[in-house]
Design a protein around this ligand. Structure first.
Ligand code: GRF
Length: 241
């Protein structure tokens, strides 16, 4: 098979999305990609333990006194050092410096726990996102995976998946339902990028040559078994076949 896409994952916290990638690509049966480096914005976070347990090299960049620009060269060097073909921001709380964004245009993605362009932007992370969704009265939230540009949560959208909001939800309850879908959608998008099924064209448009989910699967209510309701979340399929 052709060479595996080398993926660098940037993290700041628990790393459950990192784990979903490790499970799919490093110890799973999808050989289209491989996590080759985990870059953390701070030491002592669970994401680093997960990377080490999987035998993936780790580095911490960005001590508290560093400015965003100051962290730039180190990050770029790290990405080049591991020959990353794709950079995944998976709960990374720092703004990526512009020179790094430019160097990885179309090769850097972010996952956000709501349906962008709503409920995103500077300061919208963690429970704040889900609290804002609940306060708005929205009945649907979801997951967005998008290419990264110079602004938080603004780049071209690659894929989204809806998650229902229920009357009794707290931010924690909604977060857990959304996170469950994140763990399914993110590996699916990374695999699609690795296979070349989706890319960012020079005009900034997302181009799919093969859909992530067939329209039949996406729209059919029940039936196929690919859309199952579990804990209230409408789940994307684990694998495309
Ligand atoms: C996820 O909700 C992700 O969408 C957001 O930050 C959270 C990271 O969670 N960007 P984890 O560290 O992957 O568990």
């Amino acid at each position: 098979m052709s060479q595996r896409l080398k993926v660098a994952v940037l993290v700041s916290g628990s790393g459950s999305n990192l784990q979903a990638l490790l499970d799919r690509f490093n110890s799973g049966d999808d050989e289209s990609a491989e996590v080759v480096r985990v870059i953390a914005s701070k030491p002592g976070i669970r994401a680093l333990d997960r990377a080490e347990a999987a035998g993936v090299s780790t580095v911490v960049i960005g001590r508290p006194h560093e400015t965003e620009e100051g962290a730039g060269p180190g990050l770029l060097e790290q990405l080049q050092d591991c020959d990353a073909g794709l950079v995944v921001l998976a709960g990374y709380l720092k703004l990526v410096p512009n020179d790094v964004v430019r160097a990885y245009a179309g090769r850097m993605i972010n996952i956000h726990p709501a349906l962008l362009p709503s409920f995103g932007g500077d300061g919208m992370y963690g429970k704040r996102v889900h609290a804002a969704v609940l306060a708005s009265g929205a009945r649907v939230s979801g997951v967005t995976v998008h290419f990264v540009d110079e602004e938080y949560d603004r780049g071209p959208i690659i894929a989204q998946w809806p998650v229902p909001v229920f009357e009794a939800d707290t931010p924690d309850v909604l977060a857990a339902r959304v996170l469950d879908v994140e763990h399914r959608l993110l590996p699916e998008v990374v695999s699609a990028l690795a296979r070349g099924d989706v890319s960012l064209d020079p005009d900034g448009n997302v181009r799919w040559t093969r859909p992530l989910f067939s329209s039949e699967r996406f729209s059919a209510a029940g039936g196929s078994g690919e859309r199952s309701v579990d804990g209230g979340a409408v789940r994307p399929p684990n694998h495309m076949d």
